[in-house]
Design a protein around this ligand. Structure first.
Ligand code: BMA
Length: 323
């Protein structure tokens, strides 16, 4: 696909941060559609002459669901007022209690949507669309409990590859990132461990649990992805963002992984909201030729924000500050 003009703003002169926030954040406010209590943890992709996305909008009864949206510039979004209605894909009957935290990955001819799906507890739901008008749902990938399903944008060694984070039925106080393969987006296996939380001593911001975040993209060093790491504080969890580079052919091999976070909740819209102190990356847009990446993240479980970086600097930082 031809790269679009992705959103961009130069790094502020007084900043030496590897990722820097957009000055007009948040780009999506909690009440962008009439029904919404909050809009956060959402995914975007290039689509047509602009961009499309799948957005987590919790309604005013605080029911979690996913909605399609569109944008010409990646910053100003219009989100459908009704949630995505899925037809049957490779499953007879679609039964879902709730849907949240979508990611979107384009492979071959279609956009795959992966989300956290309520099915006697959270697990990984799978759907696809060709046009963001009609949507089809497939069999769930895994048994409950699981979260943070992120599909790679290319088949690896001939198979679809997806990261996930086995969990519990509550606010999971543990969690490693795993990799699973599928020949057909229906049957998943060949499960491999990718990475664990760190020790408190080594890197405390990611010592409780970690989860895959944005869809990885290929660089000269391997797959670059942004993930979330969680610390348990005396006031609960705090979610920050780090980066990792995974081996191109065997992405269960972690080549580099940041000891320091790249972003931690430190501005008001990340620190204050329905759940304070959360940065939760779910997508990037990248322009490889211009060496630019934009990270889309949910802030404080309430709004959507973006941050910018130069891909080469993120790679260099990840290599030089790796655990
Ligand atoms: C996780 C998920 C995310 C949420 C985060 C912080 O368990 O539910 O959707 O952003 O907690 O509340």
């Amino acid at each position: 696909m031809k790269p679009k003009d992705i959103p961009w703003q130069e790094r502020p002169e007084n900043s030496s941060d590897v990722l820097w926030r957009y000055s007009e954040n948040p780009i999506i406010q909690r009440d962008l559609i009439p029904s919404s209590n909050s809009i956060f943890n959402s995914a975007v992709v290039p689509f047509g002459d602009g961009f499309a996305g799948v957005f987590r909008c919790d309604n005013k009864a605080v029911q979690m669901n996913i909605f399609a949206g569109f944008s010409n510039d990646g910053i100003n979004w219009s989100i459908n007022h009704d949630p995505i209605a899925f037809e049957s894909g490779n499953i007879e009957e679609v039964h879902v209690d709730y849907k949240y935290d979508p990611r979107v990955t384009f492979i071959e001819d279609r956009y795959w949507i992966i989300w956290c799906e309520g099915h006697n507890g959270p697990t990984i739901g799978i759907g696809y669309t060709f046009d963001f008008k009609e949507f089809f749902q497939n069999e769930n990938a895994f048994l409950p409990f699981n979260r943070n399903g992120v599909l790679f944008p290319e088949k690896i060694n001939g198979k679809y590859a997806m990261m996930s984070r086995p969990s519990d039925n509550g606010h999971t106080p543990f969690g490693d990132i795993y990799l699973s393969y599928s020949p057909d987006m229906k049957y998943w296996g060949e499960h491999r461990h990718i990475m664990s939380p760190t020790s408190f001593k080594d890197s405390a911001w990611q010592c409780t649990k970690i989860g895959a975040g944005s869809v990885p993209f290929l660089t000269d060093e391997g797959w670059l992805m942004f993930y979330h790491g969680v610390i348990t504080t005396c006031n609960g969890f705090r979610y920050a963002l780090g980066s990792a580079i995974l081996d191109k052919n065997n992405p269960n091999i972690v080549k580099y992984r940041t000891q320091s976070y790249l972003l931690t909740p430190s501005v008001l819209y990340e620190q204050v909201g329905d759940v304070p102190n959360v940065i939760f990356p779910c997508a990037t847009l990248q322009d490889i030729e211009k060496d630019r990446v934009v990270v889309y993240y949910g802030a404080a479980d309430t709004v959507v924000a973006i941050a910018f970086g130069n891909i080469s600097e993120v790679i260099q930082y990840t290599k030089e500050n790796s655990l």
